[in-house]
Design a protein around this ligand. Structure first.
Ligand code: HEC
Length: 91
């Protein structure tokens, strides 16, 4: 019984930690990324890729979201979004 309680509290606290990870770092473009990249999937997709992505990688990903997935992102926002991702979530 006690074991079960410990297991439950473990799952509750990891679920809450996951919730927090969707808040992005402060910076120019954060609001655009939050608004335009979270409409189809969690922002975890961004934070989980931090260690493998450089600027070229983010550029490719954002283009893929627009061209292949149909993300409605303006050309003028695209540059801001890529710069934000590369400087806050790049290698
Ligand atoms: C129109 C819906 C849509 C929008 C808007 C969108 N995505 Fe995605 N994204 C997807 C889908 C669907 C997948 C899963 C594709 C797959 O499994 O290959 C994905 C996957 C990803 C991945 C995982 C790696 C990959 O290439 O599959 C990353 C990183 C990502 N998106 C980042 C972003 C960023 C950054 C933005 C904002 C610029 C964004 N997404 C906006 C639909 C979207």
């Amino acid at each position: 019984m006690r074991m079960l309680f410990l297991l439950l509290s473990f799952f509750v606290s990891t679920a809450m930690a996951g919730e927090e990870s969707v808040y992005l770092k402060e910076g120019n473009g954060k609001d655009k990324v939050t608004a335009q990249c979270a409409m189809c999937h969690s922002l975890d997709y961004i934070t989980l890729n931090t260690h493998i992505m450089d600027k070229a990688g983010w550029e490719k990903t954002v283009n893929k979201m627009i061209n292949a997935m149909g993300a409605p992102i303006e050309d003028s926002d695209k540059k801001i979004i890529i710069d934000y991702l590369a400087s806050h979530y790049g290698r």
